[in-house]
Design a protein around this ligand. Sequence first.
Ligand code: ADP
Ligand code: MG
Length: 242
Amino acid sequence: MPKELVKIENLSKNYGQIEAVKDISLTVKEGEIVALLGPNGAGKSTLMNMIAGYLSPSDGEISVCGKNIKDDPLWGKEHIGFLPEGAPLYADLTVKQFLKYMAELRGVDDDQLKQAIQLANVEEVLNQKVETLSKGYQRRVGFAQSVLADLPILMLDEPTDGLDPNQKKHMRGLIAKMGKNKAIIISTHLLEEAEDVCNRIVLMKQGQVVADGTLKSILSRYKSKSLEEVFFKLAGDKGEQA
Ligand code: ADP
Ligand code: MG
């Protein structure tokens, strides 16, 4: 039986009047590459930030590798590699200084650091300050940080945002390769990304999960020929509420 690495129960998050995440329950197992797919504002980042322990839920429970992160917030951080939205990096450090610092925090040795640098393909900008990098390179540095330690859960918020088509392809290949003995959760609003890289699709709209399953099962359940059709049916502007 594959291990349940993330278990979310009745999770909600309100920002004042805005219900960004509404009563979501979800379990992610080892070997799953899950796409949180949904239009902007669906609640993908809010959900990920709660799993990562960056944001506290308004209601509900999150377990990471068998432990409730409310009881042990560090536990979650020790088991999840996370690429947050945007690039909240230390802008005035060089790439090398930044990654070295993160490696020290994670207790990762130089070999592993080197491996992450290679994987993310950031060798040629190692001595450049983070703030001078293009958006694509900043994403790649963020990605290197998230894979420094080989953790059981990898969570990437819009990992290909800002990358050119070649880099997108490279990143998707990496994610697919790493999926074997981890649980990977990525967020995206790109249909082809969910289709190509992920073996499970969780479609979100307005803070709720409106479909969840393999591409095949979702197409068959909603009698659709393409994910695009399902997306517009369930999460488009005129989509019905679950
Ligand atoms: P997604 O990542 O799917 O685009 P978000 O999780 O960023 O969605 O946002 C979900 C909803 O919560 C949106 O309506 C957004 O405007 C709102 N929201 C997100 N962050 C905040 C915040 N810090 N304060 C107030 N509202 C927020
Ligand atoms: Mg987002």
